[in-house]
Design a protein around this ligand. Structure first.
Ligand code: SAM
Length: 293
C-alpha cells in the first residue's frame, strides 16, 4: 500500500486541493474553501470566467488556469510539473465537487502516481443533496451520473441497472429529461418510485415525487427548465444475476434481447458484446455463423 498523509505536514512538492463550489447558493461556500482558494498559488478551473465571478464575490485574487475535459491531456503534465516545483494548486469545477461528472479524475490519478499529496475538501454536491431529501432509501446507493445519450446505449445501460438493489442517482440536462424518464420507465418498470430534484439550493428548488409513470406523464405538460437530479428507488426484489455462461450461447442471448426488448440485431449484438466483455465483431461473427468452417 502507498501511504499519503494528507496534510498538514511538510511536503517536498506542492499539494493539490480539490475544492467544491456552490451548486446555486453562494452561502454554501465554506470558509475553508475560501481560505484554500486564497492561499493557493494557482486555481485550475473548468471555466475561468465562471470561476472569476465566484472569486470576485469572495475577494479572492489567486490567478487561474483553465482545466477542462478538452485540455486535460496537455494540462495534467503541466499541472503536475508545477506541483513538483512546489506550487500549491486548487482545482475547481463549475459547480459542486470536482471529479463528480466533472473534470479532475486524471489529475488526481497523476498526482497519486507521483506522490503529490491530494487534499479533498467536503462541500456542495448535487447528488447527495438530492438523495437526502428524496425520501427514497439513502443507502445503499449507486451514483451513475449522466446516462448515455444514444438510444441503444441508453437502453443497454438502464437494462444493466434494472436488477440493482441500491437507490439509483442520475444527472440529466433539462432538454433530455423527458426522454431519459421514458427510458427509465421502460427499462426499470413504470411503478418504481422516483424523486425529481430540481434547482437544488436555488430560489425555485422543488421536488417532484411519484412513480416513473407519473414522472413521464408530468413531462408531457411541463415546461422543463433548470437543473435536475433523478433519484430512483432500487429493485426491491432483485433476481439472482446469472453468470454469462448460464445465459445460453451468444446467439441465444442476442435472440432473447431481440425478442424481449425489441432491439435491432446490431443493438442486441452490441449489448451482448458488452455484457460478455467481448468485441462486437466477435459476437457479430458468432451470430451470423461466420466463425463456422
Ligand atoms: N460536480 C457536480 C456535483 O458535484 O454535483 C455535478 C456537475 S454535472 C456537470 C452537472 C449536473 O449536476 C446537472 O446537469 C444536474 O444534473 C446536476 N446539478 C448540478 N447542480 C444542480 C442543482 N442546483 N440542482 C439540481 N441538479 C443539479
Amino acid at each position: 500500500m502507498i501511504r499519503q498523509t494528507s496534510s498538514f505536514q511538510e511536503s517536498s512538492t506542492g499539494k493539490l486541493y480539490l475544492v467544491p463550489t456552490p451548486i446555486g447558493n453562494l452561502n454554501d461556500m465554506t470558509p475553508r474553501a475560501v481560505e484554500v482558494l486564497q492561499a493557493a498559488d494557482l486555481i485550475a478551473a473548468e471555466d475561468t470566467r465562471n470561476t472569476q465571478r465566484l472569486l470576485n464575490h469572495f475577494e479572492i485574487t489567486t490567478p487561474q488556469i483553465s482545466f477542462h475535459e478538452y485540455n486535460t491531456r496537455e494540462r495534467v503534465p503541466q499541472l503536475v510539473a508545477k506541483l513538483q516545483a512546489g506550487e500549491n494548486i486548487a482545482q475547481v469545477s463549475d459547480a459542486g465537487m470536482p471529479s463528480i461528472s466533472d473534470p479532475g479524475r486524471e489529475l488526481v490519478a497523476a498526482c497519486t502516481q507521483q506522490g503529490i499529496p491530494v487534499i479533498p475538501l467536503p462541500g456542495p454536491n448535487a447528488a447527495l443533496t438530492a438523495l437526502i431529501a428524496s425520501g427514497i432509501a439513502p443507502q445503499p446507493f449507486l451514483f451513475y451520473g449522466f446516462l448515455p445519450r444514444k438510444k441503444g446505449a441508453l437502453a443497454a445501460a438502464i437494462a444493466q441497472l434494472a436488477n440493482e438493489r441500491p437507490t439509483l442517482i442520475f444527472y440529466e440536462a433539462p432538454h433530455r429529461l423527458a426522454k431519459t424518464l421514458t427510458a427509465l420507465a421502460d427499462g426499470l418498470g413504470a411503478e418504481r418510485s422516483v424523486c425529481l430534484c430540481r434547482e437544488l439550493t436555488k430560489r425555485y428548488e422543488e421536488f417532484l415525487r411519484g412513480t416513473l409513470a407519473d414522472a413521464v406523464e408530468w413531462t408531457k405538460d411541463a415546461t422543463i427548465r433548470g437543473e435536475f437530479v433523478i433519484i430512483v428507488a432500487g429493485n426491491e426484489h432483485p433476481t439472482a444475476q446469472k453468470e454469462p455462461q448460464e445465459q445460453g450461447s451468444l446467439t441465444e442471448q442476442v435472440d432473447r434481447l431481440i425478442a424481449s426488448e425489441r432491439l435491432r440485431p446490431t443493438d442486441a449484438i452490441k449489448r451482448v458484446a458488452k455484457q460478455n466483455g467481448l468485441k462486437k465483431q466477435a459476437v457479430y461473427n458468432e451470430y451470423h455463423g461466420l466463425n463456422k468452417e
